[in-house]
Design a protein around this ligand. Structure first.
Ligand code: NAG
Ligand code: NAG
Length: 215
């Protein structure tokens, strides 16, 4: 009798808890609908958070300087344009922290054939002239090896950081938007608070079309 009462009580507690469990936990990185973004996910746009001081549209790629292939990661100037879809591979061995994806490999959903390097990973390249580290698509010889971090900053809003390779925990530095002479809103790795990027995750509903135009 005693046993039955205990079992019943445990079952009661379990059902009381499970019925109030949200579909996501405090640890999850969420998309614009409040759904969890999986550790291994394909086809998300990173669009601007409305509270971001940058304005502008989604993250995209373009040619800057004398690039013959669109190897520069930028923010689209058109606030209605979602940009180019990307996919993530998060290192699952890393200890999770609430609202953080650590040591993330980010790559374009469709590889850039003109880059001569596949997959089309995001990476960073030091610009000697500007003395800055810019976010680029793989295709240069002398990129700075590392991974990215995604960190909750606002409700459904996330900062992006670059973490150069090295012993863990790595020092990660924020990405910001810098407008160049050709009006490109380039992603730059910077210690500054100014123009620090805040993005939201928007799942692509149909097949990616956009990056094919660059093949
Ligand atoms: C652009 O031109 C400079 C100087 O001629 C050269 O060093 C650099 O490798 C070129 N970059 C690309 C992407 O071709
Ligand atoms: C901005 O993007 C939207 C959606 O892709 C497009 O319909 C519109 O024509 C674009 N505006 C400009 C000025 O390019």
């Amino acid at each position: 009798m005693e046993m039955r009462t205990t079992t019943f009580f445990v079952l009661f507690l379990l059902s009381a808890f499970t019925s109030y469990l949200p579909s996501s936990t405090a640890f999850d990185v969420l998309d614009i609908n409040g759904d969890s973004v999986p550790y291994f996910s394909d086809d998300y746009f990173l669009i601007a958070h409305e509270l971001s001081i940058n304005g502008g549209g989604g993250l995209d790629i373009t040619r800057t300087g004398n690039e013959t292939c669109p190897l520069s990661v930028i923010q689209n100037t058109n606030s209605s344009d979602y940009g180019t879809p990307i996919k993530f591979r998060v290192d699952p061995s890393d200890f999770p922290a609430p609202g953080v994806f650590n040591y993330v490999n980010i790559q374009l959903s469709s590889d850039l054939k003109c880059s001569g390097a596949a997959p089309s990973d995001w990476t960073a390249l030091w610009d000697d002239e500007k003395e800055k580290l810019y976010v680029k698509i793989k295709g240069y010889d002398n990129t700075v090896s590392g991974s990215f971090q995604i960190r909750r900053a606002l409700s459904l809003g996330y900062n992006l950081l670059f973490c150069p390779s090295g012993p863990r925990p790595r020092k990660c530095t924020y990405l910001a938007v810098e407008v160049d002479d050709e009006e490109n809103r380039r992603l730059v790795v910077t210690e500054s608070y100014e123009n620090r990027l805040v993005v939201k995750f928007k799942k692509l509903e149909e097949a990616p079309e956009k990056s094919r135009a660059y093949d």
